[in-house]
Design a binder for this molecule. Structure first.
Ligand code: SAM
Length: 255
């Protein structure tokens, strides 16, 4: 599938998208000389911040999009790899596995968390943030459109629902995988956008990528037009528009 990630589109709401990163980072307990991995690191700008804040010995940013990694920053001890999170199986364990807004694209979370736990050193920490906004009209409209006969055929039946589990289930998995200290919380962000039209610009930067990469350009244009027509009447015409956005945070520390 083509790499349709567009750093410029993603960064249009940079401030709003960065706040959850800071909130996730605040959960991490800094240790001396940490070795950290940032899964789905995007442009690497926040990976650099992670690396510097923790004064880490080594930080590896991993992403499968060449476009996102194209301008990744350079710094001693910081490196980037183009790789699928599904293939992440490091030889040397990490003290921290960090992932901001990426693991909701990776299937089978019990298996994924088991694999990530296995990649942690004793005392290692897992820190994950994932958007959990499936109930919002912005997400429901995309899934609904993907289920229509026309787009279902073009998308090969792909609907785009993230493989997220109930928050309670994550708490159980962290316990089952041996995390002796754990935090699971859902926080509802309220992003103030200029108008309801801006919601479309927001979701084009991430949620709609999954559809865009599966459609030929003319079909994608029709999808976007139909999405707009389906979504906008469902949103109140308020300026600024409050885009509510729940996100789940998972943190655990091994003994
Ligand atoms: C919403 S962006 C988040 C980027 C960064 N973590 C941040 O907080 O700004 C999600 C990133 O995850 C990457 N990604 C999505 N699925 C992936 C996968 N299966 N393997 C590796 N990277 C993936 C995308 O390429 C994208 O750069």
């Amino acid at each position: 599938m083509p790499d349709v990630w567009d750093p410029a589109q993603y960064q249009r709401f940079r401030e709003e998208r960065t706040q959850p990163f800071h909130d996730l980072l605040a959960l991490v307990e800094p240790r001396q000389s940490m070795r950290a991995a940032d899964l789905g690191c995007g442009t690497g700008e926040l990976t650099l911040l992670l690396h510097r804040t923790l004064a880490a010995r080594e930080t590896v940013g991993l992403d499968n999009s060449a476009a996102m990694l194209a301008a990744a920053p350079r710094e001693a001890g910081l490196r980037f790899e183009q790789q699928e999170i599904e293939q992440f199986a490091p030889g040397e364990p990490f003290d921290l596995i960090f992932s901001n807004a990426a693991l909701h694209w990776v299937p089978d979370h019990p298996e994924l968390l088991r694999r990530l736990t296995a990649a942690l050193a004793p005392g290692g920490q897992l820190a994950v943030q994932m958007p959990m906004n499936d109930a919002h009209a912005s997400h429901r409209a995309a899934h609904e459109l993907a289920r229509t006969p026309e787009f279902s055929a073009l998308l090969g039946g792909f609907e785009g629902r993230p493989p997220l589990l109930d928050p309670v289930r994550y708490a159980g998995l962290l316990r089952d995988f041996g995390f002796v200290r754990r935090k699971v919380r859902v926080e509802i962000y309220g992003h103030l956008l200029e108008s309801r039209e801006q919601v479309i610009e927001w979701v084009r930067g991430a949620l709609l990528i999954d559809y865009q990469k599966r459609l030929r350009p003319p079909d994608w244009e029709r999808f976007l037009k139909a999405y707009r027509e389906l979504l906008l009447p469902q949103l109140p015409d308020q300026r600024p528009f409050l885009y509510t956005y729940p996100r789940i945070f998972l943190w655990g520390a091994l003994p």
